[in-house]
Design a protein around this ligand. Structure first.
Ligand code: ZN
Length: 368
């Protein structure tokens, strides 16, 4: 619980600082390109805030800032400069939203490509398309054999490409963490069953286990009308280290997001809950690529797993540090792996690589 509260509080503090800075007129925010801003705070040199270009095949909402705070705590926590840009952008977007109805009536909104009907029909058409089975991954689930699932980054990617970034995911309330102690069981060859493990003094060994659950909702904006889908995400874990809890929290949030989207059907893996489809979905895929997939390591001893078929993949850097639940970081990690064929050795290596990737796709920074 401590970990999340710290995160939530750290984020809230930065958002609040940004809000007061804007209200006090201390932030000078200038847009230098469609996805880049400079934020000048008093006499200090301006910081550059960027949003990763929204290409059709990438995940959006990947903010960066050149300040020290973001280098140290981002992308999990967004610094006050990013929050400042976001607040101002949100404020600017208020007006079009208020006049949305008029625009719809006059059908004169110049920012829309094609008519509103076109957009809606395209979205509905895409949602009805059959699921591309090459997107399906499989993993071992205790007591269930192998089960199919979609990865979190893939669901986000798909949502961006279908809805064009006009969706959001919000947690509803605080995550709930339940912990208890469980006897450690080991396989006994003679008795052909699992028996409690004993320590040197003959005492039954116990281990700390837990369950995180989290409620959230996905909201999709279809031309001014908001559609909400809420669900519960959960993740079980073994151990009591901050890392384990961190992964479980991230895992339950990802699980929650995926379960919300699943209500929108086929494109978000709803059919994977059909028993017949579940038997074979993703099998071909796994035979060819499953050998060195990150999921294969969990079949021996899962440290963190959810009791549902939509489990987040375990991603680890070469130095043993786990990739956190931030969708952008996960996506970057997966891209790195896909392009270089190996996991990044550290978060720093991934950052450096990402910066290199960005500079090839974005125009040179205008800021000093
Ligand atoms: Zn910053």
């Amino acid at each position: 619980m401590q970990v999340t509260q710290d995160l939530i509080q750290a984020q809230a503090e930065r958002t609040e600082r940004a809000r007061s800075a804007i209200l006090a007129g201390k932030f000078l925010v200038t847009r230098t390109s469609p996805q880049q801003w400079t934020v000048k705070n008093g006499d200090k040199l301006p910081y550059v805030v960027s949003l990763k270009p929204s290409q059709s095949d990438s995940v959006g909402n990947d903010w960066t800032c050149t300040c020290m705070d973001f280098q140290q705590r981002g992308p999990l926590i967004l610094c006050k400069h990013i929050e400042g840009v976001r607040l101002l952008e949100a404020a600017q977007n208020q007006n079009p939203q208020l006049t949305e109805k008029e625009n719809q009536m006059n059908d004169s909104n110049p920012s829309n490509e094609g008519s509103l009907d076109d957009r809606l029909s395209r979205i509905l058409w895409e949602l009805r398309q059959p699921l591309d089975m090459s997107r399906v991954k499989r993993r071992q689930a205790p007591g269930m054999g192998s089960v199919p699932y979609l990865e979190g980054y893939d669901v986000i990617d798909r949502a961006n490409s279908i809805f064009g970034f006009t969706w959001s995911f919000d947690l509803v309330g605080e995550p709930v963490i339940v912990r208890w102690q469980k006897k450690v069981l080991i396989w006994n060859q003679q008795e052909k069953r699992k028996v409690p493990s004993l320590d040197g003094n003959g005492n039954v060994q116990v281990e700390e286990v837990g369950l995180v659950y989290i409620t959230g909702k996905v909201t999709v904006d279809l031309d001014g009308k908001l559609y909400c889908h809420a669900d519960l995400g959960r993740c079980v874990f073994t151990g009591d280290t901050p890392e384990v809890l961190d992964m479980a929290l991230a895992g339950s949030a990802t699980d929650c997001l995926k379960r919300c989207f699943r209500q929108m059907g086929e494109q978000f893996g709803n059919s994977l809950y059909d028993k017949e489809i579940a038997q074979n979905a993703g099998l071909e895929q796994n035979r060819s690529t499953g050998a060195n997939s990150p999921t294969s390591s969990r079949s021996t001893r899962p440290v963190v797993s959810t009791p549902v078929p939509t489990l987040p993949v375990v991603r680890k850097y070469g130095d043993g540090v786990s990739v956190n639940g931030n969708a952008s970081e996960q996506e970057a990690y997966d891209q790195f792996k896909e392009k270089t064929g190996k996991a990044p050795s550290s978060k720093d290596e991934l950052r450096t690589w990402l910066t290199g990737q960005r500079s090839t796709t974005t125009p040179a920074s205008v800021a000093a």
